[in-house]
Design a protein. Sequence first.
Length: 422
Amino acid sequence: MGSDARLDKLHFLHRQIREVKKGGRSVLLRKFLRVPLLALAIPIVLILRALRPLVLVRFGQLNSLPIGMFAAATEMYLCQRDADPPSNRTMDILHCGDRISNQQLKRMWQRNLHISVWGRLLFDANNHLPGGVPHVIRLPNDRDPQGLIPRSKSHLCFTAEEEGLGQVGLQALGIPEGAPFICFYARDTGYKGRDTGNLWSSLLNQDEKLHSYRNTSIQNYVLTAEELVRQGYFVIRMGAVVNEPLRITNPMIIDYATTSRSDFMDIFLCAKCSFFLGSTGGLTAVPRIFRRPVIFDNLVPLCPLQMLSIPAGSLFIPKKLWLREHHRFMTFREFLQTWSEEFNGDKHFELIGVDVIENSPEEILAATMEMEARLKGTWSTTERNEELQQRFWSLIEATEANLEYRPRMGAKFLSQNQKLLD
């Protein structure tokens, strides 16, 4: 059994124990009732299978944890369904996983999808019976090789009541009605790396040891936040559970993550921001599904699959990889030669002997100012920059990366790091 499978089983076991301890007899009874309910679901599934000539009923589980997959993969499912509609005789019944990363996002998906608590029982019953493959929904991941997201409208919208709640939330943050604001986010160990002294936190810590290369210091964003304020924006620091507060006193720079966050405002802010600035964490998927412009800073690993998760109109700047033995930065080509789909995070970087270097405050600022100028229509590219962009994409050319809907590497970063294209 692989380490991932063992980790999943430990997660499952600990979750059952924790839920019973928290919920007491009622939860324990519900878990025991699951067995007879599953037995009841089996004949229902058999009946639904018998109806296949008339209607094809399919079952699927949404990846509701983490938030990146809950947002982007679900949106991709809807985009694919729009691009290649199933037969009118097809009915999809979905359910969420045991843990929900964001309740507001769940409520909004329920307006577009048939999500049912009974869906899980039918899904499990179908999987326990042979011949169930035609009744399983093959849900996509968060990648978009066909460029479906930039060619379609968002499937999510807020109700009139939610719009009102959002405006109240903005006023509570000190943001006047109609004032532009930017959201920014830095992944750190605050969520997965927190230590609460139990088995769950130790398992998350073990998982985090593979992902620390993705973390970024929030203080590297202060320079950019201050410049955005000078440009007339409010600036909001995002994040569900974070490691450290933002050390700044400017009232137009709001440390929402440590003061007043909620599931609802997480989604509302991401959907309404002028643009979003963020490192490689799941929250960057939320503005993406609302078609908000995104700057992906500290992008790592820089690989073909990563490129398929970044939509057109976005900017990105990658982390650089310092080769300890050779005392220089690794080129993009050199890293791509080491990369495979079995990439295992920190272990891979240790194996190839590199230190992962965060983007500097100045690099983040330059990419942000480029995005701001592009959105205002004041940005003009150069022939040299277009040549450098093409040189970068020539390294990715042989992959499935979409040719028409490409993001762009930050112009100043690319100009200052031309040697990485060798």
